[in-house]
Design a protein around this ligand. Structure first.
Ligand code: HEM
Length: 185
C-alpha cells in the first residue's frame, strides 16, 4: 500500500528488542534498547523516546513491469509468526546521487548493481518494506525494514555484504545497521 506513514521509535519500550546497532558509514545514531513501530500520525503518548524516524511507503521508482510482477509473486508479508528477527537500516545517499537523472539512477541500481536481481534471490525468506523520508526532511533518505526467521539470519548477512560491494553503495553516505528480535512472545 502506498502513502502509509510509519514511525520507528527508539527508546526503552517496544516489541522489538535491539540486539546490535552498528554505524556502517556516517554519523551514528544513539544506542537504544527497544524499537516500537507506530503506523500513522504520532500522538502525544509518544514523548519519551531517544529518536523517532518516520517514513512513508511510496510507488516504485526503478522497477520494470517484469520485476514488479516477479517481486509480487515471490514476496512474503511482514508479521509472519516465524519471522522473529528484523533489521532496520536507515540510509542516506549523496547529493551526487540525487542530482542524477532517473535513467542514470536506474542504470546504477539495477544494470550495474543488480539490486533487484540479487534481492529476489532472498525472497520469500526475507520480507521487506521500504520507507521514503527524503521529502519528509528527516535525518535519512530511506528507512529499510526486513523481517526473517532465525534460520535465515546468515542469508540476510550475505545479502547485505553483496549489496555493500555494489556500485550503488558508493553513493551511500550514511547507514546504520540495527538488528532486532521480537520480544513480545
Ligand atoms: C530482501 C531483498 C531485497 C529486495 C527484493 C529489494 C528490492 C528493492 C527494490 C525493488 C527496490 C526499488 C524500489 C523502487 O522501484 O523504487 C529497492 C530499493 C531500495 N533498497 Fe532494496 N531490496 C532488498 C534488500 C535490501 C537491503 C538488504 C537493503 C539495505 C541494506 C536495501 C536497501 C534499499 C534502498 C536504500 C532502496 C532505495 C534505493 C533508492 O531509491 O535510491 N534493499 N529494493
Amino acid at each position: 500500500v502506498q502513502n502509509q506513514l510509519f514511525n520507528f521509535i527508539g527508546g526503552n519500550t517496544g516489541v522489538w528488542q535491539v540486539i546490535k546497532m552498528e554505524t556502517v558509514v556516517g554519523a551514528p545514531l544513539a544506542q537504544v534498547e527497544r524499537v516500537e513501530i507506530i503506523e500513522g500520525e504520532l500522538t502525544s503518548v509518544w514523548q519519551d523516546f531517544v529518536w523517532s524516524l518516520s517514513g512513508v511507503t511510496s510507488y516504485g521508482r526503478y522497477v520494470t513491469r517484469a520485476e514488479k510482477d516477479l517481486l509480487a509473486s515471490r514476496q512474503a508479508d511482514l508479521n509472519r509468526p516465524e519471522a522473529t528477527c528484523a533489521a532496520l537500516i536507515p540510509i542516506s545517499k549523496s547529493e551526487i546521487w540525487w542530482n542524477l537523472a532517473q535513467d542514470e539512477r536506474r542504470a546504477i541500481l539495477e544494470t550495474k548493481s543488480e539490486h533487484i536481481k540479487i534481492g529476489l534471490e532472498y525472497l520469500p525468506a526475507i520480507a521487506r518494506r521500504l520507507h521514503h523520508c527524503r521529502e519528509l526532511d528527516g535525518e535519512f533518505d530511506f528507512l529499510t525494514w526486513f523481517e526473517f526467521a532465525p534460520e535465515h539470519s546468515e542469508a540476510f548477512e550475505e545479502l547485505v555484504v553483496r549489496l555493500h560491494k555494489s556500485e550503488e553503495w558508493k553513493y551511500v553516505v550514511r547507514e546504520i545497521d540495527i538488528r532486532l528480535v521480537r520480544a513480545d512472545q
